[in-house]
Write a protein that binds this ligand. Structure first.
Ligand code: ATP
Ligand code: FE
Length: 356
Protein backbone atom coordinates (compact mmCIF):
# COMPACT_ATOMS: atom_id res chain seq x y z
CA UNK A 1 0.00 0.00 0.00
CA UNK A 2 1.18 3.51 -0.83
CA UNK A 3 -0.64 6.27 1.00
CA UNK A 4 -0.42 10.07 0.96
CA UNK A 5 -0.88 11.77 4.35
CA UNK A 6 -1.87 15.40 4.92
CA UNK A 7 -1.66 17.24 8.27
CA UNK A 8 -2.65 20.85 9.02
CA UNK A 9 -4.36 20.80 12.41
CA UNK A 10 -2.01 23.16 14.27
CA UNK A 11 0.99 25.17 13.12
CA UNK A 12 2.77 22.64 10.90
CA UNK A 13 1.92 22.25 7.22
CA UNK A 14 2.81 18.65 6.45
CA UNK A 15 2.53 16.03 3.71
CA UNK A 16 4.09 12.58 3.48
CA UNK A 17 4.07 9.37 1.49
CA UNK A 18 4.38 5.97 3.13
CA UNK A 19 4.72 2.63 1.43
CA UNK A 20 4.14 -0.66 3.18
CA UNK A 21 4.46 -4.08 1.61
CA UNK A 22 4.52 -6.64 4.44
CA UNK A 23 6.56 -8.44 5.59
CA UNK A 24 8.93 -5.55 4.85
CA UNK A 25 8.95 -2.68 7.35
CA UNK A 26 6.99 0.40 6.30
CA UNK A 27 9.02 2.98 4.40
CA UNK A 28 8.64 6.72 4.80
CA UNK A 29 9.21 7.75 1.17
CA UNK A 30 8.92 11.43 2.05
CA UNK A 31 7.88 13.60 4.97
CA UNK A 32 7.58 17.35 4.49
CA UNK A 33 7.00 19.47 7.61
CA UNK A 34 6.84 23.25 7.26
CA UNK A 35 6.58 24.99 10.61
CA UNK A 36 5.02 28.42 11.08
CA UNK A 37 6.92 29.50 14.18
CA UNK A 38 8.12 32.78 12.66
CA UNK A 39 4.57 33.72 11.53
CA UNK A 40 3.25 33.49 15.10
CA UNK A 41 6.40 34.67 16.90
CA UNK A 42 5.14 38.15 17.81
CA UNK A 43 1.79 36.95 19.17
CA UNK A 44 2.71 34.73 22.11
CA UNK A 45 0.91 31.74 20.62
CA UNK A 46 -0.55 30.28 17.45
CA UNK A 47 -3.03 32.68 15.81
CA UNK A 48 -5.75 30.51 14.20
CA UNK A 49 -6.47 32.84 11.26
CA UNK A 50 -2.79 33.19 10.37
CA UNK A 51 -2.31 29.42 10.64
CA UNK A 52 -5.31 28.67 8.42
CA UNK A 53 -4.17 31.11 5.75
CA UNK A 54 -0.62 29.73 5.74
CA UNK A 55 -1.93 26.17 5.42
CA UNK A 56 -4.25 27.18 2.57
CA UNK A 57 -1.34 28.85 0.75
CA UNK A 58 1.20 26.10 1.19
CA UNK A 59 -0.55 22.78 1.56
CA UNK A 60 -0.84 21.97 -2.15
CA UNK A 61 2.87 22.79 -2.63
CA UNK A 62 3.72 20.52 0.31
CA UNK A 63 1.74 17.69 -1.29
CA UNK A 64 3.48 18.21 -4.64
CA UNK A 65 6.84 18.12 -2.91
CA UNK A 66 5.98 15.04 -0.90
CA UNK A 67 4.96 13.19 -4.07
CA UNK A 68 8.04 14.40 -5.98
CA UNK A 69 10.44 13.48 -3.17
CA UNK A 70 8.84 10.06 -2.86
CA UNK A 71 9.19 9.61 -6.61
CA UNK A 72 5.51 8.77 -7.05
CA UNK A 73 2.52 10.29 -8.80
CA UNK A 74 -1.13 10.29 -7.75
CA UNK A 75 -1.58 7.20 -9.95
CA UNK A 76 0.76 5.21 -7.67
CA UNK A 77 -1.32 5.86 -4.54
CA UNK A 78 -3.79 3.45 -2.94
CA UNK A 79 -5.42 5.98 -0.63
CA UNK A 80 -5.26 9.47 0.84
CA UNK A 81 -5.38 10.12 4.60
CA UNK A 82 -5.98 13.54 6.10
CA UNK A 83 -6.21 14.86 9.65
CA UNK A 84 -9.93 15.54 10.19
CA UNK A 85 -9.46 16.79 13.79
CA UNK A 86 -9.02 17.61 16.57
CA UNK A 87 -7.32 20.96 16.03
CA UNK A 88 -7.76 24.52 14.82
CA UNK A 89 -10.76 24.22 12.56
CA UNK A 90 -9.52 26.59 9.82
CA UNK A 91 -6.35 24.58 9.34
CA UNK A 92 -8.11 21.22 9.54
CA UNK A 93 -10.56 22.43 6.86
CA UNK A 94 -7.70 23.46 4.55
CA UNK A 95 -6.38 19.90 4.67
CA UNK A 96 -9.77 18.22 4.36
CA UNK A 97 -10.80 20.35 1.37
CA UNK A 98 -7.53 19.62 -0.45
CA UNK A 99 -7.75 15.90 0.34
CA UNK A 100 -11.35 15.77 -0.86
CA UNK A 101 -10.28 17.43 -4.10
CA UNK A 102 -7.52 14.88 -4.66
CA UNK A 103 -9.85 11.98 -3.82
CA UNK A 104 -12.57 13.31 -6.12
CA UNK A 105 -10.14 13.81 -8.99
CA UNK A 106 -8.48 10.40 -8.64
CA UNK A 107 -11.23 8.20 -7.22
CA UNK A 108 -8.89 7.17 -4.37
CA UNK A 109 -10.40 6.20 -1.00
CA UNK A 110 -10.11 8.99 1.57
CA UNK A 111 -9.54 8.43 5.29
CA UNK A 112 -10.35 11.16 7.81
CA UNK A 113 -7.83 10.44 10.55
CA UNK A 114 -7.93 11.53 14.17
CA UNK A 115 -4.69 13.46 14.78
CA UNK A 116 -4.29 11.73 18.14
CA UNK A 117 -4.66 8.32 16.50
CA UNK A 118 -1.76 9.36 14.27
CA UNK A 119 0.40 10.05 17.34
CA UNK A 120 -0.82 6.90 19.09
CA UNK A 121 -0.09 4.55 16.16
CA UNK A 122 3.39 5.95 15.46
CA UNK A 123 5.22 3.26 17.52
CA UNK A 124 3.90 0.66 15.06
CA UNK A 125 5.28 2.66 12.14
CA UNK A 126 8.71 3.05 13.75
CA UNK A 127 9.07 -0.22 15.63
CA UNK A 128 6.34 -2.55 14.42
CA UNK A 129 5.13 -3.30 17.95
CA UNK A 130 1.98 -5.38 18.56
CA UNK A 131 -1.31 -4.42 20.15
CA UNK A 132 -2.12 -3.88 22.95
CA UNK A 133 0.36 -1.30 24.17
CA UNK A 134 0.26 1.58 26.61
CA UNK A 135 0.88 5.06 25.30
CA UNK A 136 1.55 8.40 26.95
CA UNK A 137 0.83 11.28 24.62
CA UNK A 138 2.51 14.33 26.09
CA UNK A 139 2.80 17.54 24.06
CA UNK A 140 1.96 21.23 24.02
CA UNK A 141 -1.74 20.52 23.70
CA UNK A 142 -2.22 17.01 25.07
CA UNK A 143 -1.47 14.77 27.99
CA UNK A 144 -3.18 11.41 28.23
CA UNK A 145 -2.63 7.73 28.83
CA UNK A 146 -4.10 5.53 26.11
CA UNK A 147 -4.51 1.81 25.90
CA UNK A 148 -4.07 1.05 22.21
CA UNK A 149 -5.79 -2.26 21.43
CA UNK A 150 -6.22 -1.86 17.67
CA UNK A 151 -5.95 0.61 14.79
CA UNK A 152 -9.31 2.01 15.81
CA UNK A 153 -9.52 0.84 19.41
CA UNK A 154 -8.32 3.30 22.02
CA UNK A 155 -9.17 3.55 25.68
CA UNK A 156 -8.27 6.68 27.61
CA UNK A 157 -7.07 5.77 31.09
CA UNK A 158 -6.68 9.33 32.27
CA UNK A 159 -5.16 12.65 31.39
CA UNK A 160 -4.67 16.24 32.38
CA UNK A 161 -7.67 18.06 33.72
CA UNK A 162 -6.17 21.47 32.86
CA UNK A 163 -2.89 22.39 31.13
CA UNK A 164 -0.72 20.05 29.11
CA UNK A 165 2.88 19.74 30.38
CA UNK A 166 4.31 21.35 27.21
CA UNK A 167 2.08 24.35 27.81
CA UNK A 168 3.30 24.46 31.43
CA UNK A 169 6.94 24.38 30.26
CA UNK A 170 6.18 27.22 27.81
CA UNK A 171 4.45 29.33 30.47
CA UNK A 172 7.22 28.72 33.02
CA UNK A 173 9.79 29.81 30.41
CA UNK A 174 7.80 32.99 29.86
CA UNK A 175 7.63 33.68 33.62
CA UNK A 176 11.38 33.24 33.91
CA UNK A 177 12.25 35.22 30.75
CA UNK A 178 13.60 32.18 28.93
CA UNK A 179 13.19 31.74 25.15
CA UNK A 180 10.27 29.87 23.48
CA UNK A 181 9.55 27.05 22.98
CA UNK A 182 9.92 26.70 26.72
CA UNK A 183 10.61 22.98 26.95
CA UNK A 184 14.18 22.96 25.66
CA UNK A 185 15.17 26.20 27.42
CA UNK A 186 13.73 25.15 30.80
CA UNK A 187 15.42 21.76 30.44
CA UNK A 188 18.76 23.42 29.66
CA UNK A 189 18.45 25.77 32.66
CA UNK A 190 17.35 22.88 34.89
CA UNK A 191 20.57 21.02 34.12
CA UNK A 192 22.48 23.64 36.14
CA UNK A 193 19.97 23.73 38.99
CA UNK A 194 19.06 22.01 42.24
CA UNK A 195 15.74 20.13 41.87
CA UNK A 196 15.29 19.98 45.68
CA UNK A 197 15.66 23.70 46.37
CA UNK A 198 11.97 24.62 46.03
CA UNK A 199 9.19 22.37 47.31
CA UNK A 200 6.62 22.83 44.52
CA UNK A 201 3.21 21.12 44.75
CA UNK A 202 2.40 17.77 43.14
CA UNK A 203 -1.31 18.27 42.33
CA UNK A 204 -3.54 15.15 42.37
CA UNK A 205 -0.54 12.95 43.12
CA UNK A 206 -2.33 11.04 45.88
CA UNK A 207 -5.70 10.91 44.14
CA UNK A 208 -6.60 7.52 42.70
CA UNK A 209 -6.67 7.14 38.94
CA UNK A 210 -4.50 8.49 36.15
CA UNK A 211 -5.75 12.06 35.93
CA UNK A 212 -3.19 14.84 36.20
CA UNK A 213 -3.09 18.58 36.79
CA UNK A 214 -0.32 21.02 35.91
CA UNK A 215 -1.80 24.50 36.21
CA UNK A 216 -1.25 24.81 39.99
CA UNK A 217 2.40 24.03 39.42
CA UNK A 218 2.72 26.97 37.08
CA UNK A 219 1.08 29.26 39.65
CA UNK A 220 3.51 28.02 42.30
CA UNK A 221 6.42 28.87 39.99
CA UNK A 222 4.98 32.36 39.56
CA UNK A 223 4.73 32.86 43.33
CA UNK A 224 8.24 31.57 43.95
CA UNK A 225 9.61 33.84 41.23
CA UNK A 226 7.88 36.87 42.72
CA UNK A 227 9.25 36.08 46.18
CA UNK A 228 12.77 35.76 44.75
CA UNK A 229 12.46 39.00 42.80
CA UNK A 230 11.22 40.84 45.89
CA UNK A 231 14.03 39.44 48.01
CA UNK A 232 16.92 40.00 45.60
CA UNK A 233 15.64 42.77 43.34
CA UNK A 234 15.73 40.44 40.33
CA UNK A 235 16.02 36.86 39.30
CA UNK A 236 19.58 35.58 39.75
CA UNK A 237 20.84 32.94 37.31
CA UNK A 238 21.23 30.20 39.91
CA UNK A 239 17.77 30.92 41.36
CA UNK A 240 16.31 30.59 37.89
CA UNK A 241 18.16 27.31 37.35
CA UNK A 242 16.98 25.94 40.72
CA UNK A 243 13.40 26.93 39.96
CA UNK A 244 13.54 25.25 36.52
CA UNK A 245 15.02 22.10 38.06
CA UNK A 246 12.42 22.04 40.84
CA UNK A 247 9.60 22.53 38.33
CA UNK A 248 10.90 19.79 36.05
CA UNK A 249 11.27 17.42 39.02
CA UNK A 250 7.64 18.02 39.98
CA UNK A 251 6.46 17.26 36.42
CA UNK A 252 8.62 14.13 36.40
CA UNK A 253 7.15 12.95 39.73
CA UNK A 254 3.60 13.51 38.50
CA UNK A 255 4.08 11.77 35.17
CA UNK A 256 6.00 8.88 36.76
CA UNK A 257 3.43 8.23 39.48
CA UNK A 258 0.50 8.30 37.05
CA UNK A 259 2.45 6.16 34.57
CA UNK A 260 2.95 3.62 37.35
CA UNK A 261 -0.81 3.39 37.80
CA UNK A 262 -1.52 3.24 34.07
CA UNK A 263 1.06 0.47 33.76
CA UNK A 264 -0.56 -1.46 36.60
CA UNK A 265 -3.91 -1.36 34.73
CA UNK A 266 -2.26 -2.36 31.47
CA UNK A 267 -0.12 -5.15 32.94
CA UNK A 268 -3.12 -6.64 34.78
CA UNK A 269 -4.34 -7.99 31.43
CA UNK A 270 -1.01 -9.78 30.88
CA UNK A 271 -0.04 -8.56 27.40
CA UNK A 272 2.39 -10.97 25.70
CA UNK A 273 5.03 -8.35 24.91
CA UNK A 274 4.25 -5.36 27.10
CA UNK A 275 5.36 -1.98 25.75
CA UNK A 276 5.04 1.50 27.22
CA UNK A 277 5.51 4.09 24.45
CA UNK A 278 5.69 7.87 24.70
CA UNK A 279 5.07 10.48 22.00
CA UNK A 280 4.73 14.24 21.77
CA UNK A 281 7.23 17.07 21.99
CA UNK A 282 7.61 16.82 25.77
CA UNK A 283 8.97 13.27 25.36
CA UNK A 284 12.14 14.98 24.11
CA UNK A 285 12.94 15.88 27.74
CA UNK A 286 15.75 13.62 28.93
CA UNK A 287 14.91 13.86 32.58
CA UNK A 288 11.19 13.10 32.09
CA UNK A 289 12.04 10.31 29.69
CA UNK A 290 14.46 8.81 32.23
CA UNK A 291 11.78 8.86 34.93
CA UNK A 292 9.24 7.17 32.65
CA UNK A 293 11.71 4.58 31.45
CA UNK A 294 12.53 3.62 35.05
CA UNK A 295 8.84 3.13 35.83
CA UNK A 296 8.36 0.97 32.72
CA UNK A 297 11.30 -1.21 33.71
CA UNK A 298 9.97 -1.67 37.23
CA UNK A 299 6.63 -2.76 35.80
CA UNK A 300 8.29 -5.19 33.39
CA UNK A 301 7.38 -3.35 30.17
CA UNK A 302 9.72 -2.33 27.37
CA UNK A 303 10.06 1.44 27.01
CA UNK A 304 9.81 3.01 23.57
CA UNK A 305 10.24 6.59 22.41
CA UNK A 306 10.07 7.05 18.62
CA UNK A 307 12.52 9.52 16.99
CA UNK A 308 11.57 13.09 17.83
CA UNK A 309 10.71 14.08 14.23
CA UNK A 310 7.97 11.43 14.32
CA UNK A 311 6.88 12.32 17.87
CA UNK A 312 5.98 15.92 17.02
CA UNK A 313 3.38 16.86 14.42
CA UNK A 314 3.99 15.32 10.98
CA UNK A 315 2.04 13.78 8.11
CA UNK A 316 3.84 10.41 8.04
CA UNK A 317 1.86 9.39 11.12
CA UNK A 318 -1.37 10.38 9.35
CA UNK A 319 -0.50 8.37 6.24
CA UNK A 320 0.39 5.46 8.53
CA UNK A 321 -2.89 5.71 10.43
CA UNK A 322 -4.61 5.58 7.02
CA UNK A 323 -2.76 2.36 6.19
CA UNK A 324 -3.65 0.87 9.58
CA UNK A 325 -7.32 1.73 9.16
CA UNK A 326 -7.37 0.32 5.65
CA UNK A 327 -5.92 -2.95 6.94
CA UNK A 328 -8.28 -3.03 9.91
CA UNK A 329 -11.19 -2.67 7.51
CA UNK A 330 -12.35 0.54 9.16
CA UNK A 331 -15.37 1.61 7.11
CA UNK A 332 -14.77 4.68 4.98
CA UNK A 333 -17.64 7.09 5.50
CA UNK A 334 -18.78 8.69 2.24
CA UNK A 335 -18.39 12.01 3.96
CA UNK A 336 -16.81 13.11 7.23
CA UNK A 337 -16.73 16.38 9.07
CA UNK A 338 -13.70 18.42 10.11
CA UNK A 339 -13.87 18.40 13.89
CA UNK A 340 -12.27 20.91 16.27
CA UNK A 341 -12.83 18.43 19.15
CA UNK A 342 -12.59 14.70 18.78
CA UNK A 343 -11.78 12.59 21.82
CA UNK A 344 -9.72 9.53 21.01
CA UNK A 345 -11.62 7.06 23.09
CA UNK A 346 -13.71 4.41 21.42
CA UNK A 347 -15.43 3.62 24.70
CA UNK A 348 -16.66 7.17 25.08
CA UNK A 349 -17.49 8.22 21.53
CA UNK A 350 -17.52 6.61 18.09
CA UNK A 351 -14.19 7.19 16.35
CA UNK A 352 -15.84 7.54 12.99
CA UNK A 353 -19.21 8.94 12.27
CA UNK A 354 -21.08 11.88 10.98
CA UNK A 355 -19.00 14.41 12.87
CA UNK A 356 -21.54 14.94 15.62
P1 ATP B 1 -0.04 18.86 19.69
O1 ATP B 1 -0.31 18.99 21.14
O2 ATP B 1 -1.26 19.10 18.86
O3 ATP B 1 0.65 17.60 19.31
P2 ATP B 1 2.15 20.82 19.85
O4 ATP B 1 2.78 21.49 18.67
O5 ATP B 1 1.72 21.69 20.96
O6 ATP B 1 0.93 20.03 19.23
P3 ATP B 1 4.45 19.14 20.01
O7 ATP B 1 4.97 19.73 18.73
O8 ATP B 1 4.33 17.67 20.09
O9 ATP B 1 3.08 19.72 20.45
O10 ATP B 1 5.39 19.60 21.19
C1 ATP B 1 5.65 20.96 21.49
C2 ATP B 1 5.70 21.13 22.98
O11 ATP B 1 6.73 20.28 23.52
C3 ATP B 1 6.02 22.54 23.41
O12 ATP B 1 5.12 22.91 24.42
C4 ATP B 1 7.45 22.44 23.94
O13 ATP B 1 7.74 23.35 24.97
C5 ATP B 1 7.49 21.02 24.45
N1 ATP B 1 8.86 20.53 24.52
C6 ATP B 1 9.75 20.42 23.49
N2 ATP B 1 10.95 20.00 23.93
C7 ATP B 1 10.82 19.85 25.27
C8 ATP B 1 11.71 19.46 26.32
N3 ATP B 1 12.99 19.18 26.08
N4 ATP B 1 11.22 19.39 27.58
C9 ATP B 1 9.93 19.69 27.83
N5 ATP B 1 9.06 20.08 26.91
C10 ATP B 1 9.49 20.16 25.64
FE1 FE C 1 0.13 16.70 17.64
Amino acid sequence: LTVLGIESSCDDTAAAVIRHAPPESPQILSSIVWGQTELHAGFGGVVPEIAARAHAEKLDIAVEEALAKAGVTLADLDAVAVTAGPGLIGGVLSGVVLARGIAAATGLPLFGVNHLAGHALTPRLTDGISFPYLMLLVSGGHCQFLLVAGADRFTRLGGTIDDAPGEAFDKVAKLLALPQPGGPSVEAAAREGNPKRFALPRPLLDRPGCDMSFSGLKTAVLRTRDALVTEHGGLRAHDRADLCASFQAAVADLLAEKARRALALYMADAPAQPVFAVAGGVAANQSLRGALEAVAQQAGAAFLAPPLALCTDNAAMIAWAGIEQMRAGTPIPPDFAARPRWPLDTDAAPLLGSGK
